[in-house]
Design a protein around this ligand. Structure first.
Ligand code: GUN
Ligand code: FE
Length: 421
């Protein structure tokens, strides 16, 4: 079905090099899901629907490169422990509830609705070990029009009994999940070994084979917390680092791969990080809440490592990637001031670039308004917080909105050229 729109609004984006591109009162022409042009004069087309969003700030849709849909119900709760205690005390028991499809249905509806009204247009999502409820989440996202990777989580060791799979059953259910996802358009499966402590050597090897044979992407966690790192070392004594443990099991690139956190990667695995298939999901809010540390985002940038931002709910408290942007800036300042003065803090623009084009690269290149790009965008009403200042640039308006009203529902949203609202 052919569809075309001309949108009149104030457009802000960064270019491929991360420079700001401001287009006040301009016209975006979208046709068949893709950007055709962004111009200061109205394009002369007769078959396009005109959307008058004058005065609204339109930005490329943002990518949440790491989020646990199955943890959304307890966001904002239980923040007094570190990772391993938090997983055992709160996270695993909560995730076990998703065996019940009625609980999963209620919870995933809430998650999908809130994600829909956020500034996120693309997401890489962890569900739980449960195939049926993970499929339900995928269906809700597909119906909502969000473009996402959804992972049925694999775990066959070191969890509570009610959240532990038989190893072979874990593989079979992953294959079955992939098969059932084959007719989905916008939501795709992603291989999701939770992290090294949750998966036996055999399971990791099998999952690597599935990913490579089918060309499926992978997501997992890496070097988030010091106790976790020591545990991985004791589980895999032959590995020289945590990343090397994934590498030895065939889970280090070859297919696009997201590794969440990488707080300790600069010291432990600098050489391994420069793999073009590996994307770091930087999750500053979660790293703060779980006292994990501060990931060296500037070091990743300087070393050409792919990076996007993640909410990591419920380690993170909010789905807002606008909040993740300002959190990334804040923690980079603390790291620079308190930890390592070699790496200057991120600017607002840099953090925005990471959240838009950085994470968007995992989805084949979204996060801007370049000609031919899939048209993902959101409209923000930054008049919700008043100011007497009249001459703010578009970048300043966005910065102010991100700091003051990051969870404000977006006013309009388009994904792949489809207007969701
Ligand atoms: N490492 C393994 N599982 C998890 C999880 O659910 N959240 C976070 N933040 N780290 C993890
Ligand atoms: Fe996580």
């Amino acid at each position: 079905m052919s569809s075309a729109y001309v949108i009149h609004a104030d457009f802000y984006q960064t270019d491929r090099e991360g420079m700001a591109l401001e287009m006040p009162s301009s016209y975006l022409l979208v046709r068949d899901g893709r950007v055709v042009s962004l111009t200061t004069s109205r394009p002369d087309v007769s078959d396009a629907t005109f959307l008058d969003w004058s005065g609204l700030l339109v930005i490329p849709g943002l990518t949440d490169l790491h989020v646990h849909a199955s943890q959304y119900q307890f966001r904002g709760l239980w923040m007094d422990e570190e990772l391993l205690e938090w997983l055992n005390a709160h996270t695993f028991p909560e995730e076990a509830k998703y065996k019940e499809i009625s609980y999963a249905s209620q919870a995933y509806r809430i998650f999908t609705d809130d994600l829909l009204h956020s500034a996120t247009t693309r997401a890489a999502i962890f569900a739980t070990i449960h195939e049926d409820s993970t499929l339900l989440l995928a269906r809700y996202l597909e119906e909502a029009g969000i473009a996402a990777y959804v992972g049925k989580v694999n775990m066959d060791r070191n969890s509570v009994p009610e959240l532990t799979e038989d190893s072979e059953a874990s593989v079979m259910s992953t294959l079955s999940f992939i098969e059932k996802m084959k007719d989905f358009k916008n939501v795709k499966p992603i291989i999701t070994p939770r992290f090294i402590p949750s998966c036996s050597d055999w399971l990791l090897d099998e999952l690597a084979c599935i990913a490579k044979e089918r060309g499926l992407p992978v997501q997992s966690h890496l070097s988030e917390n010091q106790s976790e790192g020591e545990w991985v070392h004791s589980l895999c004594p032959e590995s020289v680092s945590y990343a090397d443990a994934y590498r030895r099991h065939g889970l280090w690139g070859g297919v696009p791969t997201i590794m969440a956190h990488c707080v300790y990667s600069m010291e432990a695995e600098p050489g391994l990080m420069r793999n073009e298939d590996i994307f770091v999901a930087h999750c500053p809010d979660s790293n703060t809440n779980l006292s994990s540390g501060i990931a060296p985002a500037r070091w990743f940038l300087e070393n050409g490592v792919n990076m996007g931002l993640g909410s990591d709910v419920a380690g993170g408290t909010t789905l807002s990637i606008l909040r993740a942007i300002t959190d990334a800036v804040k923690v980079s300042k603390l790291r620079w001031r308190l930890v390592d003065q070699r790496f200057r803090p991120l600017s607002f623009r840099e953090a925005f670039h990471i959240a838009s084009r950085g994470g968007g690269a995992f989805f084949g290149g979204v996060g801007g308004f370049d000609e031919g790009m899939e048209a993902d965008l959101v409209a923000l009403d930054d008049s919700v917080r008043k100011t007497a200042i009249k001459d703010l640039s578009l970048e300043e308006r966005l910065e102010r909105h991100a700091y003051l009203a990051p969870e404000e529902p977006v006013t309009h949203k388009m994904v792949k050229g489809r207007l969701l609202f």
